[in-house]
Design a protein around this ligand. Sequence first.
Ligand code: ATP
Length: 327
Amino acid sequence: MVTHALDAVDLVKTYPAGRKKPPLRALDGLTFSVPEGIVLGLLGPNGAGKSTTVKILTTLSRADSGTARVAGHDVVREQDQVRHAIGFVPQKSSSDPMATGVENLVLSGRIYGLSRVNAVRRATELLERFGLTEFGDRQVKTYSGGMQRKLDVALGLVHRPQVLFLDEPTTGLDPEARADLWNEVGRLSGDEGLTVLLTTHYLEEADRLAGQLAIVDHGKIVAEGTPEALKAELRGDSVHVELVDPDLDGTVRALLSGLAGVGEIVVEGNALRARVDRGATAVPAVLGALEDKAIPVTAVTVSRPSLDDVYLQYTGRSFRAVEEEAA
Ligand SMILES: Nc1ncnc2c1ncn2[C@@H]1O[C@H](COP(=O)(O)OP(=O)(O)OP(=O)(O)O)[C@@H](O)[C@H]1O
């Protein structure tokens, strides 16, 4: 039998939306489960309900209805057990910038009830684990963004939790530091068997890290599976057309939607994306139609469906477009 490290069943959470307005339904019957040792990527645009879900699972907030278990413990009735079983790395760093890496880790260990000797031992172990040993005695304010993030993750692991929550862990990191952290998270679940719940806005991050993916939209899980399985479920290809003149997007949309085998079309600035039955036959047809109307294009490319196409399929909206709207 598969043991689930996380189980959320029919979670509903509403927030007051102001006078005379109906309450805002942040979670609307959210259900998912995660087997032990897996990285679950909770992917969704701003306001989808990711942070609310994390708050409920980490006992920081209570659902209006529904149930959730973390490491086998009920998040309402067994809060203390849940808190000991989890590590939580919030979006905003919880380390003290004026203290050194070692001091931060030792303090955290002491808060979790470790003796001074054990807290120092654990701090040394974690600094080594994250390649921070030589920086352990430096104040955290002197760390790079990537080093601070690694220390944050180390702080979440001091008490050897079974489940680690990472709330948008790589936001604001440069590509190199992001790739470095991805490797660390991969090792945590792969070599050390930790279950990780990761929330992210980044499709690439979800694709790269998540063994299992849950796409959240309007407080519900709209699709669940491995990134590969979700992409494989979509038949056909994705054709991308980059226009020279963004004002012609309406004309191009009408033109393409008249072609056989061309499905949903999404416009993002001067780029159009269409799902097609077969890329090999659609590209010449698309280029021919554009040439007939003398519409200049910068590029036409064809690719296998991406997670953005998966998102579009299940929500009717492009993930990137939704993100831009919210920005
Ligand atoms: N304390 C609160 N009071 C009122 N509304 C809230 C509160 N917290 C969240 N919301 C609303 O609930 C919805 C879900 O928010 P939530 O923060 O869970 O989304 P999210 O997917 O984590 O978004 P983000 O990626 O921006 O963090 C949003 O519409 C948000 O405005």
